[in-house]
Design a protein around this ligand. Structure first.
Ligand code: NAD
Length: 730
């Protein structure tokens, strides 16, 4: 069995079918490219073949390149990884160019028509291959997604997609597809000019077309070709390119190498003939692949994210798929958990103190579906079917038959213990009980149950339907079946899990709180608030620490600070932070929800800029720190906490530490996560920086023993703790 097979019918159409054995979605590997290359050679050489149709044996066309391939090529190339990657990329260009030229001579005579027939989704090289064909037929399948999402994992379309799309539709029209990785359904892809036809039976339509003796020369292979919208030195093109450069830098803050390299490939490619443009694209593509940021992004956002979703750390326990889930508490979190569970097809019992409160929680799903209907993403039938799965109630008896309970009542040990006991009287012996607590120890909460091995933490982030990470917390006595149940549930709702051990604030909150505190501490020291916020954004954090505090609310910060201080006693290190935080709370500035916080807001709640009163209370120092110093304080505050979590065994797998950081709190995605970033710095430099920061700013930056040891031994995190391809990618 090979990934591509070919069959020529009586009319002389060779149909090449892509069907990777044992996979539900086609992905391109090194080996499959060679097979396709040979089949194209054979079809072009065979006089009996009049035309070629490339299609898929699966419901979709292809999901893209197997990114493990790139990591493997890089790792196997010894001293010359750039050469190996460039050669591989150029080999891909030669094959696709062969398809595009299809045997035509220099005068564009001869050649065989080649059409792509896409039954469904076509992404990445799964679209770049069709773009090299002479016509693209897509099935009228509204679920199909067509596009080039490479930029989302830190690379850009490097199999001719960049060069062909820009030449096909112009730089301006291609930019959302290339720079944002925008995906379209087939009809929108046709309207955008990416595919040529949307039909019921793409293979039949493609066969008819190749037999119709169509013109197959691509516009850019004809004399006098002009790029739509103008090349860079054309007045209109000039405007596009100047604007694009500013826009890309504004959006990426210059920290994502792929976006910049993509623009360079487009700009430089537009000035030269097509084949040279492909070579330029390959050079920039190699440049990006060689950048540690891209390698780290591929590793965390693609390879390891997928491995975790597929259960890399799942105990070997039989399938624990959830059928009926009980959600306790119909507040903000309970309502969201109900929504995602019902959307995944589970029966949900949503319980609150009163039937009205429970109904209000259920209404959240109805509202969500209504918005989906308005945007044509959902239907009335889907809404009715989803709502029919949800029972809103105040009656514990309705929980009978639930195989998983997720508790999201008030953050109070007593309240949680009481509902746990009530639930356990109703549900069966094998039901797993999970708490969504943010701050209470799972091991303590489990004491309310006489089966603590069936008790676990399933910690969602807000808003539940948007945030992709779910943190699973093992209490001291949590058993394997509970872990497997939680992982299988997270898989059902299509989110990404990490599994951590039970220590204060678990993993994500443990790392994000020091980031917020460091920002607030700097305000107290007289660092300009704008410098703090901009330094964070310029290093790739989605929100500055002050804005983040406004979003999560200042009174929540006060509550957490008080609880932490009560637990830590004299060892509590954040008095300076609290001074600012408590003062803000006393001033009634509770953050976005009160329309007043570190930022000012207008009456509609729109953020206006940093609040001037902050500068009046905490005068800005005449001498300001440099940008890197501020950035290092903000990043080291987080990553040192991640290292401590690893040292203490809260984290068992650095992959979870990196993936969890990016998906959980948006830790500078370009870095691949805290451990990826430390590996980029190198342990020796990181340890040295810790020493300097600790001396200037305090013991919270003291170098953890693990990092010190790694510095002495010349180790990296992925070298020491990585597994398989994930360490090779670094
Ligand atoms: P919330 O106040 O919006 O909702 C709590 C709900 O629980 C309310 O509807 C309340 O009526 C109900 N409730 C309280 N006591 C109950 C009882 N005895 N029986 C039944 N229902 C009861 O709170 P929330 O923000 O949804 O948080 C819920 C839990 O999720 C907390 O443990 C919190 O720490 C955790 N959490 C919150 C967030 C967040 O961002 N808000 C994020 C992660 C986890």
């Amino acid at each position: 069995m090979t990934d591509f097979t070919m069959k020529t019918d009586a009319d002389g159409v060779a149909v090449i079918t892509w069907d990777v054995p044992g996979k539900s979605m086609n992905v391109m590997s090194r080996e499959s490219m060679l097979v396709l290359n040979d089949l194209i050679d054979a079809a072009l050489a065979d006089d009996a073949v009049k035309g070629i149709v490339i299609t898929s044996g699966k419901k979709d066309f292809a999901g893209g390149m197997d990114l493990n391939t790139l990591a493997t090529i890089r790792a196997e190339a010894g001293d010359e990884p750039a050469k190996a990657l460039f050669d591989f990329t150029m080999a891909g260009h030669h094959m696709l160019r062969k398809i595009e030229r299809a045997g035509m001579d220099d005068k564009n005579k001869g050649g065989k028509p080649i059409a792509a027939a896409l039954p469904g989704t076509a992404l990445g090289i799964g679209l770049e291959l069709p773009l090299a064909c002479h016509r693209i037929f897509a099935a009228d399948n509204p679920k199909a997604k067509i596009g080039l999402p490479e930029i989302m994992v830190g690379i850009f379309p490097g199999a001719g997609g960049t060069t062909r799309l820009v030449r096909k539709m112009g730089a301006m029209a291609a930019s959302p597809l290339l720079l944002e990785g925008k995906l379209n359904d087939p009809k929108k892809a046709k309207a955008a000019g990416v595919v040529d036809e949307v039909v019921d039976d793409p293979v039949a339509a493609a066969k008819d077309w190749v037999l119709s003796e169509p013109k197959i020369v691509k516009p850019w292979d004809e004399k006098g070709y002009k790029m739509p919208g103008g090349a860079p030195y054309h007045p209109a093109g000039f405007m596009t390119f100047v604007g694009a450069s500013a826009m890309v830098n504004g959006k990426t803050k210059g920290v994502y190498p792929a976006a910049k390299a993509l623009l360079s490939a487009v700009y430089e490619g537009a000035l030269v003939p097509f084949d040279t443009a492909l070579k330029i694209e390959a050079r920039w593509f190699t440049h990006v692949l060689m950048n540690p940021s891209s390698a780290n992004m591929i590793r965390s956002l693609f390879i390891n994210k997928e491995a975790l979703e597929k259960g890399a750390n799942r105990p070997d326990v039989p399938d624990q798929k959830v059928k009926k889930v009980g959600v306790l508490g119909a507040g903000m979190m309970g309502a969201g958990i109900t929504l995602v569970s019902a959307m995944a097809g589970m029966e949900v019992v949503l319980l609150d103190q009163s039937a009205e409160a429970a109904e209000k929680g259920k209404a959240y799903t109805a509202d969500y579906m209504d918005k989906g209907i308005a945007r044509k993403k959902a239907t009335e039938e889907k809404k009715a079917a989803t709502l029919a799965l949800i029972t809103a109630t105040d009656d514990y008896a309705a929980l009978e038959g639930c195989d998983l309970i997720i508790e999201a009542v008030f953050e109070d040990m007593g309240v949680k213990a009481e509902v746990t006991k009530k639930v356990l009287e109703v549900v069966g012996d094998d039901c797993i009980f999970a708490s969504n607590t943010s701050t209470l120890p799972i091991t303590e909460l489990a004491k309310a149950s006489d089966t603590p091995e069936q008790f676990i933490g399933i910690h969602f982030f807000s808003p539940v339907e948007k945030m992709m990470l779910v943190e699973i917390i093992k209490g001291r006595e949590t058993g394997d079946r509970a872990v497997a149940k939680a992982l299988d549930y997270v898989r059902q709702i299509r989110k990404t899990p990490i599994v951590v051990n039970d220590e204060r604030f678990f993993y994500a909150n443990r790392c994000i709180i020091p980031y917020i505190n460091e920002g607030i501490r700097m305000v107290k020291e007289g660092v300009a608030p704008a410098l703090i916020e901009n330094a964070a954004k310029l290093v790739g954090m989605p929100l500055g620490p002050l804005q983040l505090t406004d979003e999560t609310s200042i009174d929540l910060g006060v509550k957490i600070a008080k609880a932490t201080k009560a637990a830590m006693g004299d060892a509590y290190p954040n008095e300076e932070v609290d001074e600012v935080l408590f003062w803000m709370a006393d001033e009634g500035r509770l953050g976005r929800k009160s329309n007043a916080g570190f930022y000012a807001y207008d009456e509609k709640g729109k953020r206006q800029g940093l609040w001037e009163g902050l500068g009046e209370k905490y005068a800005q120092a005449s001498e300001q720190p440099d940008l890197t110093e501020v950035q290092h304080r903000l990043l080291f505050a987080q990553v040192l906490e991640a290292v401590r979590a690893l040292e203490e065994g809260v984290l068992e797998d650095i992959r979870e530490g990196d993936v969890g950081a990016i998906l959980g709190w948006g830790f500078a995605p370009w870095s691949g996560g805290p451990f990826g970033w430390l590996d980029m710095l190198g342990a020796a430099y990181a340890a040295e920086r810790c020493d300097q920061l600790a001396e200037t700013h305090g013991e919270r930056f003291a170098c953890p023993a693990l990092l010190r040891e790694m510095a002495e031994k010349g180790q990296s995190f992925y070298g020491r703790f990585g597994t398989g391809t994930d360490s090779k990618a670094a």
